[in-house]
Design a protein around this ligand. Structure first.
Ligand SMILES: [Zn+2]
Length: 248
């Protein structure tokens, strides 16, 4: 048994591929390297293909939605691609116009279904539109809400759709009581852990660059919330990641 970091970006600002070996030494033997635009998706694929235990997604982040989804589709047939995304809506930063974000999200939902890939969703301050677009397009069979930051209400809505919730280092932050409450109600077979490295380093690593090895701290926080052993979270998140990403 070992850990899966269900969402990281390697390499990315401040971290290089050496973090893969550091993760392995910490017992994190499986990583999903997530694309955010054409360049980063191509990098994620190349790193996955060069490293055992590393898998990739191809996607267009809402920040980059203005680039157009046609900039990433050529990567979908590459070996070790297990998902589409991260994609979705970010109404906090609005780096791309909202109608453009909505179109790119809908297009990537369709791609996930057409290619039988997991859908990796990023949503920030956009719950209503996120759920509305999923309802209109139809929810892919394997759908992940990455870096879940909602509370119990949003967790129930997402779980009712059949989606899986992926929790990040945010669950270790003092201020995240609502998100811990969401983790508390999320069934273990629908719960993943991730780092989203190099962002969001969990306590006790907060302040530094995050890396996949630190997913163990996220798992420990989930174990505390659930009142179970850390090894139980290690096992359940390993199995849940297998079901969601179907690592070939
Ligand atoms: Zn991410």
């Amino acid at each position: 048994m070992a850990w899966t970091d269900s969402h990281c970006h390697v390499p990315y600002e401040g971290i290089g591929t050496e973090v893969i070996e550091l993760a392995r030494r910490a017992g994190v033997t499986r990583m999903v390297n997530v694309g955010t635009d054409a360049g980063q998706s191509a990098t994620a694929v190349a790193v996955a293909q060069a490293n055992e235990g590393v898998w990739a997604t191809v996607g267009l982040h809402p920040h980059d939605a203005r680039n157009g989804v046609d900039t990433i589709v050529h990567l979908l047939g590459e070996a070790k691609v297990v998902g589409i995304g991260e994609c979705g809506l970010d109404y906090h930063y609005d780096h791309s116009p909202r109608p453009v974000q909505r179109d790119a999200f809908a297009a990537q939902i369709a791609l996930a279904k057409a290619n039988d890939l997991a859908l990796v969703i990023h949503t920030r301050e956009a719950w209503d539109d996120t759920f509305a677009i999923l309802a209109a397009e139809g929810v892919p069979e394997r759908t992940v809400f990455h870096c879940f930051t909602g509370g119990p209400t949003e967790a129930r809505l997402a779980l009712d759709l059949g989606a899986v919730l992926s929790f990040s280092g945010i669950v270790t932050f003092k201020t995240a009581g609502d998100t811990r409450a969401a983790a508390a109600l999320c069934p273990l077979d629908r719960l993943l852990v991730e780092t989203d490295s190099p962002f969001l380093a969990p306590v006790p690593h907060r302040g530094g660059k995050n890396q996949p090895a630190y997913v163990v701290a996220v798992g420990a926080a989930i174990a505390e919330v659930k009142g179970v052993e850390v090894a139980d979270i290690e096992a359940s998140t390993w199995d849940a990641a297998e079901r969601v990403f179907q690592f070939p």
